[in-house]
Unconditional design. Structure first.
Length: 465
């Protein structure tokens, strides 16, 4: 068909020329010809202009100090990425990384640096730590950088970050940070054993959870080993984020308005439920071996763990020669199942316009999908952007529990966005641990929660300070 058009084209041109040559040349004929349209010249698309008041050439030679809380694999990976950025970035920016070993040391080092001249440009800190510095007016509002026409993110790029990740660092209209890492604690659930016990699906409510844990304990009573008569249900863990998730599942939590309060009806119901389960041998604590090993050995139908624990749990199943299938589920409560997402963020401190922009460019570079995929492969934590999953297909295939956790991201809950959470979460973990370590009767739960409230008041945190 295309060839036929090419054969006819010369003929059409010749006929057109003949008709043109034979046309009358009088004015009337000429005036009858249609007037050619005027073609408008399109305006050039305006080039985006940054509102950050920094010429790109002024970034040449800028040095950015980054303090981070890690050691080991995470520190090694960040060091490697810093070296790549220093070699390849087109602006001539140099980043210097300094490990502070952990979050507590980092927090104290930053507070000390406020009194001198050695404050870093960027820190990788917990959001509740950043809230304290925000109250001291030390933190840069990253809203301008996120929305900058040249150096920021488009609406599509912002939507690439799960909302629950993105909102943790947003306080009213002020953005105190950008997600650096996100994790969560879940219940680990032995699906194979549950099916053998007659349960076709994971528990969705507290009643269903209780039924499955108690059924697992009854299974232990059928053998001749008296030592395992108290095993089989939930392997108790007193991590702060575990009890926080349980409280959320029962419609409670430590936050009341803009402060903290533990002694509430829903929180009392949460802890009584868990302690009663323990008293009935449907939950138990292990001291002689790790929860991961006990879970893999079918000493518990449920255990709690974080994303970071998934690789260790997989190895425990291999060591136990177990072919059981297991997965991760949220914490079941009243009307819903809940879990909380937590993790560190990139925080930028006030400095020069050039240093602040250089800091932002480094953070933005770290958050590109290619670098994010490397973070996941190294840490096993959540991917911070949905687009990263394209590069993690093989990892999803070999880590089905991680994939299940990723599927739950949309229902994840935030941590309290109050600076005092930095200390209150310690009170929560200690109080919950005390209840099980001292085997406090469920009838005394309210008294323990009241004592926790008093501790918070003594720390001047009742109003979220």
């Amino acid at each position: 068909m295309m060839t036929r058009h090419f054969h006819w084209l010369p003929v059409v041109l010749v006929v057109g020329l003949l008709f043109s040559a034979c046309s009358p040349s009088n004015p009337e004929a000429a005036s009858a010809a249609p007037t050619p349209r005027k073609t408008s010249t399109p305006w050039p698309t305006p080039k985006p202009v940054s509102w950050l008041n920094v010429d790109e050439e002024d970034l040449e030679g800028v040095t950015v100090a980054v303090w981070y809380p890690w050691f080991g694999a995470e520190a090694s990976l960040l060091t490697s990425l810093i070296a790549e950025f220093n070699t390849d970035n087109p602006w001539g920016i140099t980043v210097l990384g300094v490990s502070q070993s952990n979050y507590t040391n980092l927090y104290e080092a930053v507070n000390t640096a406020f009194e001198g001249d050695e404050l870093p440009e960027v820190v990788i800190a917990l959001p509740e730590q950043a809230l304290t510095w925000h109250a001291q007016e030390k933190v840069v509002d990253l809203t301008r950088y996120v929305n900058d026409p040249v150096y920021g993110y488009s609406k599509t790029e912002i939507a690439d970050f799960p909302q629950v990740f993105w909102e943790q660092d947003q306080v009213d209209t002020f953005r105190i940070g950008i997600p650096a890492q996100r994790s969560a604690r879940f219940l680990f659930y032995n699906q194979t054993w549950a099916k053998e016990l007659g349960f076709k699906s994971a528990p969705q409510t507290a009643d269903e959870f209780l039924a499955q844990t108690c059924a697992a304990n009854k299974a232990m009573l059928k053998d001749d080993d008296e030592q395992n008569d108290g095993w089989g249900g939930w392997i108790v863990d007193t991590d702060t984020m575990t009890i926080y998730a349980w409280m959320l599942a029962f419609g409670g939590g430590p936050v009341e308005e803009q402060g903290f309060r533990f002694l509430t009806p829903n929180n009392i119901a949460t802890v009584k439920y868990l302690k009663s389960m323990y008293d009935e041998n449907c939950a138990w604590s292990t001291k002689e071996d790790s929860p991961a090993n006990r879970f893999a050995q079918r000493a518990g139908l449920f255990a709690a763990g974080s994303l970071e624990d998934i690789p260790d749990q997989m190895r425990a199943f291999t060591a136990a020669s177990s072919s059981d299938e297991w997965t991760v589920i949220p914490f079941p409560g009243g009307a819903s199942s809940e879990f909380a997402i937590y993790g560190s963020s990139y925080v930028v401190f006030e400095s020069s316009d050039e240093e602040q922009l250089a800091s932002w460019l480094f953070v933005r570079w770290l958050l590109e999908p290619e670098r994010q995929a490397r973070w996941v492969l190294s840490t096993g934590l959540f991917p911070l952007r949905a687009s990263v999953l394209v590069e993690l297909e093989d990892y999803r295939e070999t880590h089905p529990q991680w994939a299940a956790a990723v599927n739950h991201i949309p229902q994840g809950r935030l941590q309290p966005q109050i600076a005092g959470w930095r200390q209150v979460k310690i009170v929560l973990g200690d109080g919950f641990n005390h209840i099980f370590r001292r085997d406090v009767p469920s009838g005394q739960v309210a008294a323990i929660l009241a004592e926790m409230d008093k501790t918070v008041t003594d720390l001047n945190l009742a109003a979220g300070e």
